[in-house]
Design a protein. Structure first.
Lengths: 167, 196, 415
């Protein structure tokens, strides 16, 4: 049976019931949401199932929505089924006070650095990660720069003239 | 509407009686079997025509430097054929590319390990002033941490611009007093950067 | 003997790292300043004599915060940022970004624009592979091949200059097409390239491909199996060298790649020699594609031969003469620059086959002028994680050529 978005949605709702929700298809890519405790189970199901076979993790990163209370940080997984050429997107939301998410490194070795990058930029704490420390920024940095409340420029500069730069 | 293209359209005949330029001898007093001139002039001439660069290439400007090293824009004719990748053996530090704050201490270490006389060229907009990356992680110009002699603007600068920067440095090197490194003013400059 | 060393260090006030005499291995620091070719990343190796026991990679020495900068810029100003990702083949990054924007905005480009884009992207792919292969040569000691082929990069730079004005970080194209039609000089230069480069590439091959020393150095260095590579997220020539034929141009064709006839070279063991061979063959395939595209472009006649952008006045800046004379063009110009055009809200993921693999752009737009979140799926960052595994139990010299055969570009790794 051909692997259409409808079919994937049916399989997922069969297995997980209404815990997987919010099925949309922006620009043709099926996107759904699951509670953060289930993320490993969903990934494992998509990996093991002989029909679904989503065995390639294309991308793992986070988005910060400061307005959604209790759901500020979204961790987004992009998965790819190479044999049937189907991609899906899978999101989990977590509150910013306790941003703990289970790590996917047991299943996909490439999640290692992608999760470190997400931790570095957003502060998402991956439980079970072998080596969760900052990767792209300096080690001594104490804030998470990609969150919306932090500015782009370096605030400690004294040589820039704000009048001329129109900030 | 389009301006007529003028350059590089038809192949040029190769110039077989190649006109090689030779460096002129400095001014001096010459006689039967001897030639006297100022020591600083001879030293300047020798130094300027044999600058050994340390290519500290971090990003895109490094690729333009590779193009400058290639056969088309030959860098070797300025005496810089030997790229030493160790600071102990070079006298010209060419910083090419963005220097992030994580890389700053590394650059400083490399500069401190160079022995006098040493010169620094900041190639490209990122090394001169941070370039288009006005962000929290990029050092806004390497002159925040080491003293710079020549700035070459561009993003990335054309190989001709890099060569122009090297020629400007050659002018500086030729005219530099041989006592400059021991003067009070130079020591003050080094102290202001925190380098002994 | 250990006690003597400890005593000696205490007397002379030498500070030794913890446990460094008891353990039998040496800690060697490779980087971040390498000889000019590679870029800035660091490897801390534990070496026993010449054999590498373990390695730890540190990156971030050129982190320029692209994703944060992109949240401030309107869509057309992000193109120069994408240039600086894989700066050896910046047109591919630019085109990929423009295609992502076109997917979001619902713009379809005419066929001629697609074919022009294919020519530019394949030229960029050739330049990227040329650097990677010649750098593998340089790292094994063969320095002259590098100088031979850098000359041909100059020819490609001249073609870029005719079209967009810049050599390396091109900022080529616009959302919807190109900024100007390719003029006759650009076509002349392309013909010159197509005539001269195959000879140079053949010479390059002859020097290295069956060279005894090169084969002895590179065969068996840093192999990886297909399953392991897929688990590590490998894409591009590194994955194809292990035998998996995944190429984004064929799986999800973009920019009319389905109209072209080309093969995907695959290797078997995934070692350095296979990667070299795959990249080499890909250069021949790219030359084939460029010739086909050039022929197809010459078949457009009359009106169609002047088309170089899609007809989308909402996103494509009108020509300057019209802005100064016509009211409508002035209004569109104002709207585009000030950000008053309709940008739909939504999220889109689009990927292209870059020089190193699948370069993906994940764009979340909230309807405003700049993206709400833009993430680059950078292939170099993802497959560099496999490096400690690739060089386990290899010699130190092999570590160097494995690193250069992976074609690690620091700008793409750290973004």
């Amino acid at each position: 049976m051909e692997l259409t978005n409808e079919h994937i949605k049916t399989r997922l709702t069969e297995k997980f019931g209404d815990q997987v929700s919010d099925f949309v298809e922006p620009y043709g890519m099926l996107t759904f949401e699951a509670p953060k405790g289930l993320n490993l189970k969903v990934l494992q199901f998509l990996y093991d199932d002989p029909e679904l076979r989503f065995r390639f993790l294309t991308d793992l990163q986070a988005v910060h929505y400061p307005e959604n209370k209790e759901r500020e940080l979204a961790v987004v997984y992009h998965l790819h089924n190479l044999t049937d050429n189907v991609r899906i997107r899978f999101k989990i939301f977590t509150a910013i006070e306790s941003p703990d998410v289970y790590t996917a490194t047991q299943l996909y070795a490439c999640a290692n650095w992608m999760e470190r990058e997400t931790y570095d930029f957003f502060g998402v704490n991956f439980i079970g990660h072998p080596d969760l420390k900052r990767i792209l920024n300096v080690e001594e940095m104490d804030y998470f720069p990609m969150r919306k409340e932090f500015p782009l420029e370096d605030q400690t500069r004294i040589d820039k003239d704000d009048d001329m730069f129109g900030r | 509407m389009a301006r007529p293209v003028r350059f590089n359209i038809t192949p040029k005949e190769r110039d077989h009686q190649s006109h090689i330029g030779v460096a002129d001898a400095p001014e001096g007093f010459t006689g039967e079997g001897f030639f006297t001139t100022k020591l600083s002039e001879v030293v300047g001439l020798a130094r300027k025509n044999s600058l050994w660069p340390l290519p500290f290439a971090t990003s895109c400007c490094g690729i333009e430097f590779m193009a400058t090293m290639g056969a088309h824009y030959d860098f070797g004719r300025f005496g810089a054929e030997r790229m030493g990748f160790t600071p102990r053996q070079c006298d010209m530090l060419m910083v090419m590319g963005t220097i992030a704050k994580k890389m700053g201490p590394v650059l400083r270490q490399v500069y401190i390990q160079m022995s006098e006389p040493r010169w620094v060229i900041a190639v490209g907009a990122c090394a001169s002033s941070g370039g288009i990356f006005d962000s929290y992680s990029v050092l806004q110009g390497i002159d925040q941490i080491i003293p710079v002699d020549v700035y070459v603007p561009g993003c990335p600068p054309r190989p001709e611009a890099i060569l122009d920067g090297v020629m400007a440095l050659q002018d500086l090197v030729e005219r530099e007093s041989i006592r400059r490194r021991n003067t009070e003013k130079y020591q003050q400059l080094m102290l202001s950067y925190g380098i002994q | 003997m250990t006690e003597d060393l400890l005593q000696h260090s205490r007397e002379h006030n030498i500070k030794l790292p913890e446990g460094s005499i008891e353990k039998q291995t040496t800690t060697l620091n490779l980087g971040p300043t390498h000889p000019a070719t590679h870029g800035v990343f660091q490897n801390i190796l534990e070496v026993d004599g010449e054999r590498i026991i373990s390695a730890e990679a540190t990156v971030g020495y050129i982190h320029r915060a692209f994703e944060k900068i992109a949240e401030r810029r309107p869509l057309y100003q992000i193109t120069p940022l994408t240039d600086r990702l894989n700066y050896c083949s910046s047109p591919i990054n630019n085109m990929g970004w423009h295609m992502t924007c076109e997917k979001l905005l619902g713009v379809t480009t005419p066929k001629r624009v697609d074919y022009l884009r294919v020519i530019i992207m394949e030229l960029a792919r050739i330049t990227d592979h040329v650097i990677c292969n010649s750098v593998i040569g340089v790292d094994t000691g063969a320095l002259s091949v590098f100088l031979y082929v850098m000359q041909y990069r100059e020819l490609v730079y001249e073609i870029y200059e005719e079209i967009c004005g810049s050599r390396l970080t091109t900022n080529i194209g616009r959302i919807g097409g190109f900024e100007r039609n390719f003029n006759a000089t650009a076509w002349n230069k392309l013909e010159k390239f197509l005539k001269e480069f195959p000879g140079a590439l053949k010479e390059f091959e002859n020097l290295l491909q069956r060279n005894r020393i090169f084969i002895d150095r590179t065969v068996g260095a840093g192999p990886i199996t297909g399953e392991r590579a897929l688990n590590y997220g490998f894409t591009g020539p590194n994955l194809r060298a292990t035998g998996v034929d995944y190429d984004v141009r064929v799986q999800t064709p973009y920019s009319s790649y389905q109209d072209f006839d080309f093969a995907i070279p695959v290797g078997t063991t995934g070692d350095v020699y296979d990667r070299w061979l795959v990249r080499n063959q890909e250069m021949w395939e790219s030359l084939k594609i460029i010739k086909q595209a050039y022929q197809k472009i010459q078949e457009f006649k009359g009106e169609e031969a002047e088309v170089f952008h899609a007809n989308v006045p909402e996103y494509y800046l009108p020509p300057k003469q019209e802005v100064y004379t016509k009211m409508e063009a002035l209004i569109w110009h104002f709207k585009i620059v000030m950000g008053e055009t309709e940008i739909p809200a939504g999220e889109v993921y689009h990927s292209v086959e870059g020089g190193n693999g699948e370069l993906g752009f994940y764009l979340i737009s909230d309807g405003g002028r700049s993206p709400y979140r833009l993430h680059f799926r950078r292939p170099c960052f993802i497959y560099y994680q496999a490096y400690p595994e690739l060089i386990k139990n290899a010699m130190l010299a092999d570590a160097v050529i494995v690193m250069s055969s992976l074609n690690l570009i620091a700008g793409e790794m750290d973004a």
